[in-house]
Design a binder for this molecule. Structure first.
Ligand code: EPU
Length: 283
């Protein structure tokens, strides 16, 4: 079979918030299938961990990297690697980040352990330069393969205008695969750094959530600002601002996108400084 598998699915099943209506999903496994899928209006779904989808879904095709584009080859590239630097084979955009971070720890390779606990896939995490205070995706990237409706290109981080929670890669461009760049260390040392970074997440809610709603404005914790505005625990419908951390909205079960949007609007109205959304909104 050369064409991608296409199926209508409720997107709620593919988002960590558990909200989102039915849409047409394209499970793409090859560059050819990706090109075909991108020939009509589309959206790209990674791990769905930073995303709020409308209750009626989206009219566009929803692309999801599967098969070989969700596999990882961590074999060091003999030509690009040196004694102090490991450059891996290709890691597909559809690879889940948590399993990748665990695998790198077991190998004793350092560079991406600061992203421990981030639930998404590689493609989406690179696209938004996901991170924590202890590290971000661009700490460990060597090459990024980007697919656009006009073709495929391979770039290095230096070719992009990346920064805090942004890669500089335009919306609609697919991070299909990356090569990682890591430093040799030991499993024990990498694990210790992961455990340190993980401490910072202990107070975060465990419920269904897309993670932090807003970027930190000028380095100040948005969660702290929302907390100081007295909004923690505020509920609309079945969505609630987490009592544990102000920057998390959680689905208590049966929440709608409308509930979430109402909370986002309330936060923006009550917090004194302009807040930039970290979530992606569909549509
Ligand atoms: N704080 C409060 N009240 C709150 C939330 C936080 O007083 O409701 C205080 C904390 O006590 C702490 C400070 O604010 O003193 C910073 O809080 P935290 O350590 O939780 O860090 P953050 O800046 O709020 C960032 C990332 C998180 C990441 C954590 C831990 C952003 C927008 N958020 O949060 O990332 O997990 O650091 O590394 O950059 C995400 O991006 O989805 C996300 C959750």
């Amino acid at each position: 079979r050369s064409g991608a598998r296409v199926e209508r699915v409720p997107l709620a099943r593919y988002t960590t918030l558990g909200v989102g209506g039915e849409s047409e999903m394209w499970f793409v496994e090859t560059h050819e299938q990706l090109a075909e899928a991108m020939s009509a209006p589309y959206r790209i779904l990674g791990g769905g961990s930073n995303l709020v989808v409308s209750d009626s879904g989206v009219p566009e095709r929803v692309l999801r990297l599967s098969g070989p584009l969700a596999e990882r080859d961590l074999t060091p590239d003999p030509e690009l690697s040196t004694p102090d630097l490991i450059v891996t084979g290709w890691v597909g955009g559809g690879v889940p980040l948590p399993g990748l971070i665990r695998a790198l720890q077991k190998l004793g390779w350092s560079g991406l352990e600061g992203t421990v606990g981030i639930p998404g896939q590689v493609g989406g995490s690179v696209w938004m330069n996901a991170g924590t205070r202890f590290g971000e995706m661009f700490d460990g990237l060597h090459t990024i393969e980007i697919v656009t409706p006009d073709g495929v290109r391979q770039v290095t981080p230096d070719d992009l205008k990346w920064g805090y929670r942004q890669s500089g890669i335009p919306r609609g461009h697919v991070v299909s695969r990356v090569r990682l760049k890591l430093r040799p260390s030991t499993p024990e040392a990498v694990l210790a750094k992961m455990e340190h970074a993980d401490q910072a997440r202990k107070g975060q809610p465990k419920n269904k959530t897309p993670g932090c709603a807003f970027k930190n404005p000028g380095g100040v914790s948005a969660g702290k600002l929302i907390d100081e505005a007295g909004l923690k625990g505020t509920q609309v419908g079945n969505a609630r601002i987490a009592p544990e951390h102000g920057n998390f909205i959680v689905n208590l079960g049966g929440a709608t996108a409308a509930d979430v949007h109402a909370l986002l609007a309330l936060i923006r109205e009550r917090v004194g400084v302009p807040l930039e959304l970290e979530y992606e909104l569909w549509p």
